[in-house]
Design a protein around this ligand. Structure first.
Ligand SMILES: *[C@@H]1O[C@H](CO)[C@@H](O)[C@H](O)[C@H]1NC(C)=O
Ligand SMILES: *[C@@H]1O[C@H](CO)[C@@H](O)[C@H](O)[C@H]1NC(C)=O
Ligand SMILES: *[C@@H]1O[C@H](CO)[C@@H](O)[C@H](O)[C@H]1NC(C)=O
Length: 485
């Protein structure tokens, strides 16, 4: 079976060319010492994310040569991505901006259509997608010996798939997309990128501690062999609002009650204390003040509401005993949490993992709002002091981040529905979809992306054991919010 799959993939994607692309100007940046947040990623895989396009209106070879040129210009603005990792005699790890270059691969998928990559018969993400990413299975530590960035451009029968693979010890999701967006800008002829990365290393994330690494370099802490399914669940902006409403007001009939009240009061002159409140939210809030059991003054975000929905759906589908402890892990951006704040365009990793624990029995017997509040409490508490405490704890025991789920009770939310994944016009329009490679995936791993139509819509990429996925697909509470389109 394995033989079949790999033969199929290698048959499907012939490599037309592979080249090393260098920055068009020599780097002037000093070696960047990896921070606490960078070091803890050394035993995970490179980030693999790609964007799908319709067919470009120019010949592919012309496009490839244009992309080489613009990648070279982009590397000048992002020198670490053309560098390599080095470890000094004391054991500190750096990314050295030595202009060693990044890979650009042109693959021929001219027999594959965009629709073949978007979905398969059972709705799962097709395996074909994974073959469009370079450096598959590469562990970040290996950035000592090879490229920090590889771009694979796969030409399709009716489209193009641009996939970037970036060392996760060098960049987090925000830095990754800032690079990708800048690459698109320079490709479409913009002369000055709109968001210049900040390579400052003078922050509390800087570690005086030498990381503890096993001899021969760290390995990923999960087996990539466990069977999992991967599906994209789409949520419209309207559906997300409905969910947020349900979580914040705890009444499903909210809209109807409001409509009724609106009718009754429609001729009254109402004074709204807050200009941002529309009459309908004001009324809805006044309804909920009477019906909400939990603390109604804390507003739960759309994203936390969605996480709570997922937590309940997956916990139910896993059929865990009620005394089993479950963990919801969420990657949070620390740039704005620290005081003094880091530049929003700080290049590197500035993420930490916030864990929220609850018994399976509580997740299921309490309501959505309760679950959302547990998440909200921990995210709110992740302030300047907590970020620093987290760093200090790591320095006591400077080990790699254990990404995987050992006991099947964990959910790990990565990526963010705020990342600008569609701001990637290379010259012939916005992407039609975003997809990711095999990297860092295991049972319970979720990635959130903004929906293409905007307006608060969200796409969730969900990786689950097959039987758990089947349970989630038939979970009424979860599926009522999922868009069927
Ligand atoms: C891609 O493959 C097709 C079919 O095998 C072939 O006709 C075409 O010339 C190839 N394109 C390139 C750029 O090699
Ligand atoms: C509100 O005013 C309109 C006309 O201005 C009237 O037709 C309607 O019956 C009034 N509604 C209520 C609830 O008083
Ligand atoms: C941030 O945390 C550090 C360490 O706890 C503290 O010294 C500093 O005053 C804090 N800054 C603010 C603005 O809270």
């Amino acid at each position: 079976m394995c033989v079949c799959v790999s033969t199929m993939l290698s048959q499907s994607l012939a490599i037309v060319s592979k080249s090393t692309v260098f920055p068009d100007q020599k780097s002037a940046i000093a070696d960047l010492k990896l921070s606490v947040s960078d070091l803890s990623m050394l035993c995970c895989h490179y980030i693999q994310k790609g964007v799908l396009f319709t067919k470009p209106p120019f010949p592919i070879l012309e496009l490839i040569s244009l992309l080489k040129q613009s990648l070279s210009q982009t590397l000048t603005r992002f020198p670490p991505l053309a560098g390599r990792l080095t470890t000094d005699a004391d054991g500190y790890v750096y990314v050295t901006c030595n202009d060693a270059g990044a890979d650009l691969i042109h693959a021929n998928g001219s027999h594959i259509h965009v629709r073949d990559l978007l979905s398969s018969d059972n709705g799962d993400v097709p395996e074909l997608v994974k073959g469009c990413f370079a450096l598959d299975g590469t562990v970040n530590y290996e950035g000592h010996f090879g490229a920090i960035l590889a771009v694979q451009v796969t030409e399709l029968a009716d489209g193009l798939f641009i996939c970037c693979t970036v060392n996760h010890a060098v960049a987090d999701g925000m830095s990754f997309w800032n690079f990708f967006n800048s690459f698109a800008e320079l490709s479409r002829g913009v002369k000055t990128i709109s968001r210049t990365p900040d390579f400052c290393r003078d922050s509390v994330l800087n570690s005086p501690v030498v990381p503890k690494l096993p001899a021969g370099g760290p390995k990923v802490t999960f087996s990539g062999d466990a069977p999992v399914r991967e599906r994209i669940f789409r949520f419209t902006g309207e559906s997300i609002l409905k969910l947020k409403d349900k979580v914040n007001n705890n009444d499903d009939g909210g809209i109807d009650v409001v409509a009724e009240l609106m009718g009754r009061h429609s001729n009254d002159t109402l004074k709204f204390p807050d200009r941002n409140l529309t009459p309908s939210t004001w009324l809805r809030n006044s309804v909920s003040r009477e019906t909400t059991r939990t603390n109604p003054t804390i507003e739960i975000s759309s994203f936390q509401s969605l996480c709570a929905l997922l937590w309940r759906g997956i916990t139910r589908a896993r059929k865990l005993p009620s005394f089993s402890m479950t963990t919801f892990r969420m990657a949070v951006n620390c740039r704005h949490r620290l005081e003094p704040k880091l530049d929003p365009l700080y290049f590197g990793n500035a993420i930490q993992s916030v864990r929220t624990y609850a018994l399976a029995g509580d997740v299921l017997s309490k309501d959505l709002r309760w679950c959302a509040q547990q998440l909200n409490k921990n995210v709110v508490a992740h302030n300047n002091a907590t970020v620093r405490k987290y760093e200090e704890n790591w320095m006591q025991d400077p080990k790699c981040f254990l990404l995987s789920d050992f006991d099947g009770t964990m959910i790990t939310m990565g990526s963010s529905s705020r990342l600008p994944v569609y701001d990637n016009d290379f010259g012939w329009g916005r992407p039609i979809a975003v997809r990711s490679g095999r990297a860092n995936k295991f049972d319970g791993k979720i990635a959130a992306f903004p929906g293409r139509e905007g307006g608060g819509s969200v796409d969730l990429e969900v990786i689950l054991a097959p039987e758990t996925m089947a349970g989630l697909e038939s979970d009424l509470e979860f599926m009522q919010y999922v868009s069927s389109l």
